[in-house]
Design a protein around this ligand. Structure first.
Ligand SMILES: [Zn+2]
Length: 228
């Protein structure tokens, strides 16, 4: 019995825990590329949100900033106009899974469905997806198989400010953004989900943080611009 438990634990470790932490510790290609530039990439996960994503796009437009949106594929059908606006305004669209499920708790069949349905939805909306960020940054061995199959770039982040938390005030998010942003930052923020209308506070924080970061000479780039 003990041997069986040990076997299950070791299998689980190599199925998802080791691959997840390997990718979290290893700087991705985009992070390496940005390391010596005065560039910052704003990235937004968990949208599309029918209210907040549009408000965020208004703000980015106001400051002539382009960003990268990692989108939950199931939200696209109801928000086709927002996707069209993102593309028209020069933002990069990446994939953030089909319905925001955690890869640590899923096997082959769900992971297959997750990618196949997501890519099919993206294709239906005329989107050619190159970038993938898994929910919570978690992967399993099958996630890696499908990233390779669809020729996606695995993109994580190196700055996170806890903007999804109920306890994070607009002031907290603003201060963390200003303090943590440096050359080569890939900043992970959220325009959907989150506690207690969290994206509203994220947008309010960016209203103060963007001009401050611009005055420090940072350029804002998309993943597409990083990769040429
Ligand atoms: Zn997410």
């Amino acid at each position: 019995m003990e041997k069986l438990i040990l076997f299950i634990v070791i299998t689980y470790l190599f199925y998802c825990i080791v691959p997840t932490f390997y990718h979290k510790w290893l700087p991705t290609k985009a992070i390496k590329y940005l390391a010596n530039k005065n560039d910052i990439a704003l990235t937004f996960d968990d949208g599309i949100d029918s209210i907040y994503t549009n408000q965020l796009l208004d703000l980015l437009y106001q400051y002539h900033i382009k960003a990268t949106f990692f989108i939950v594929a199931k939200t696209i059908d109801e928000n086709g106009e927002i996707i069209k606006r993102m593309i028209k305004e020069g933002h990069t669209v990446g994939l953030h899974s089909l319905e925001h499920k955690n890869a640590l708790f899923h096997g082959y069949f769900y992971t297959k469905k997750d990618f196949e349905m997501s890519m099919s939805i993206m294709k239906k909306h005329g989107l050619h997806i190159r970038y993938f960020r898994p929910p919570w940054g978690h992967v399993n061995l099958f996630t890696l198989k499908y990233i390779k199959k669809y020729n996606l770039d695995f993109i994580l982040w190196n700055v996170m400010v806890g903007d999804w938390k109920k306890s994070s005030t607009t002031k907290d998010i603003t201060e963390r953004l200003i303090k943590k942003a440096r050359k080569g930052s890939i900043i992970c923020l959220h325009d959907g989900r989150g506690r207690d209308k969290a994206p509203k506070r994220t947008i309010e924080a960016l209203e103060s943080a963007i001009p401050c970061l611009q005055s420090r000479g940072f350029n804002f780039v998309t993943l597409e611009e990083i990769n040429g």
